[in-house]
Ligand binder design. Sequence first.
Ligand SMILES: *Cc1c(COP(=O)(O)O)cnc(C)c1O
Length: 376
Amino acid sequence: MIPFNKPLHMGSEDEYVIQSMRSSKLSGDGEFSKRCQQWFQDYLGGAKTLLTPSCTHALEMAAILIDIKPGDEVIMPSYTFVSTANAFVLRGAKIVFVDIRPDTMNIDESLIEAAITDRTRAIVPVHYAGVACEMDIIMQIANKHDLFVIEDAAQAMMSRYKGTPLGSIGHFGAFSFHETKNYTSGGEGGLLIINDSAFAERAEIIREKGTNRSQFFRGMVDKYSWVDVGSSYLPCDLQAAYLWGQLLSAEKVNECRLSIWQEYRSSLQELVGAGHIEVSRQVKECAHNAHIFYIKVENLDVRTKLIEHLLSCGVQSVFHYIPLHSASAGLKFGRFNGVDLYTTVESERLIRLPMWYGMKGFEVSTVVRAIIDFYK
Ligand SMILES: *Cc1c(COP(=O)(O)O)cnc(C)c1O
C-alpha cells in the first residue's frame, strides 16, 4: 500500500531528542526552542517567532493579540481547516467567508473589499498547498481599511511570494508542524510569527499564562507576576529538539518534494491534454513548497469512484476540506458574502495524491499508472 503521507523523519532528530531528555530543562523555551526560534527569525527576515503547541494555538494567540471582541468580523476563505475560523470564533467573532479562486484554491482577493463592513477587524489569507495568496493586493486593502492580516501559513513553510517568505508579510503568520505538514516537531506543533514588533512583548506574556515570566528569565524584571490574560502556549523542549533535526535539512527536504511534484505534473500531462483532469499549477510569483500535489476530476461522483479505484490499486489518496460555511458550526458562526461560485464545486473535484520526503520514483509511477488505468 502506498500511503498518503509519511511523517518526516530525517534520523538526526533522535540524537537531539535524547540530548534534550537528558538536559535539565524539558519545559518550554529551553535550549532547542531557542535554536529553532533563532533559525526562524533569520529565515523570516527578523520577525519575532514563538514556538507553539500547534498552528491552531498560534492563530488563537493572534486573535487575542489583536483584541478580537464579540461582534467583530473576520474575513477568510471557506475552503480551509476549522482552526482558521475557530481561533476567532473563540473570542466571539463572526466569520465572513468569501469565495476562492479556482486556479489556486486561495481566497479571491478581488472579492475581499465587498465583504468589509464597519465591524471588520482582520483578513486571514490561507496559502493553500503552500501556494501564495495575492499578498500585495491583500496588504493594500488591509492598509486602506486599517485591518490586520494574519497569514494562515500552516502549509507554507519554505514558500515565497515575490521572493519574500510566506508568514512574514502580514502583521502575523502561523506555521504548523503537524505530522501531515512538510516539517514536524514530533506529531504536533506550530509557530507564531510576529511581524509587527509592537506585539512582541505582549505575545510572550499571553504565551506564558498572562505573566511576565519571559522577561524575568531574561533578567529584565526581578520577579514575575500576573499582568494580562493568557494561557499556556509553549511546547516542551523535546518537540523543539525533534524539529531542530529537520530544520538543518529544510532545503534538502524542499528540493526533494519539489522534484516529486514535478514528476507527478509531467507524467500526468497526457490526461490533462485529453481533458480528463486538471493538476496543481505553478504560480508565476510564488516559489511554492510542494506541500500538496492535487488533481481535479469532473465532479464528486467521479472523485468517489477514482479514490476507490486507487485504493484497489494499493494507493491511498484523499480529498480535502468540506467548506466551512456549509458545516453546522459554519452556519452558526459565519456567513458567506457574495456567491459561492467555486468554493463548493471546486472542493468536490479535488483529490490529493501521496506525497512525502523520500517517496521513490517507482511509487510515483505506480500512482500515475493507476490514475491512467482509471481513464482507460
Ligand atoms: C494544518 C492546518 C492548520 C492547523 O494546524 P495544527 O498545527 O494542526 O493546529 C490550520 N490551518 C491550515 C490551513 C492547516 O492546513
